[in-house]
Design a protein around this ligand. Structure first.
Ligand code: SAM
Length: 157
């Protein structure tokens, strides 16, 4: 997704990307932006590799243009993220599984509040925004993609 975003940057779009994790090691690894051939083979096209990476020994490193649009932060999703607002997308894959139902509801409520009115939440393949389904609208044919509901949707129990 980031690399697709970079294609938009090349077309003149301005994109800010904030990447977060509770683990400082995970953030340091992401910030390093260094990938082996196996990682590169998972979804990076030849054109994207040529545009946004440079070779480094047996690895590939993201180039400065790509690195510049990403803000890396250590964040606990259980804390407030009131410092974020009006986001177009939230990508949150396979992190909600760490939370009990109450915590998951609180995190998802805050995500809904943080999204722009038509903002979109992307979860992992097997995840849903249950238990706050009324805050989101499922997009047809897109199992793990949800749009923020403008007014929470009433649902039958
Ligand atoms: C299973 S990994 C998924 C990583 C990545 N999103 C993916 O799909 O490949 C879950 C990540 O959630 C992070 N995590 C766990 N609890 C968290 C919390 N309370 N706040 C923020 N991140 C958390 C972990 O450190 C880990 O990096």
């Amino acid at each position: 997704m980031l690399l697709d975003s970079m294609d938009l940057v090349a077309q003149g779009w301005s994109i800010d990307l904030i990447t977060t994790d509770i683990s400082s090691e995970a953030i340091a690894r992401a910030e390093e932006g260094r990938y082996d051939a196996l990682e590169m083979a998972r979804g990076v096209s030849d054109d994207q590799r040529a545009s946004w990476f440079r070779p480094s020994g047996e690895h590939w490193c993201v180039n400065e243009q790509l690195r510049r649009i990403v803000d890396f932060r250590v964040v606990n999703l259980l804390d407030s993220f009131g410092w974020l607002d009006d986001l177009d997308f939230i990508f949150c894959r396979n992190a909600l599984l760490y939370f009990n139902r109450t915590a998951k509801a609180a995190v998802l409520e805050r995500m809904a509040d943080t999204l722009a009115p038509d903002g979109v939440l992307l979860l992992g393949d097997t995840e849903t925004p249950e238990p706050v389904l009324n805050q989101f609208i499922t997009l047809p044919g897109r199992d793990s993609v949800y749009r923020r509901a403008r007014t929470p949707v009433a649902r039958l129990a």
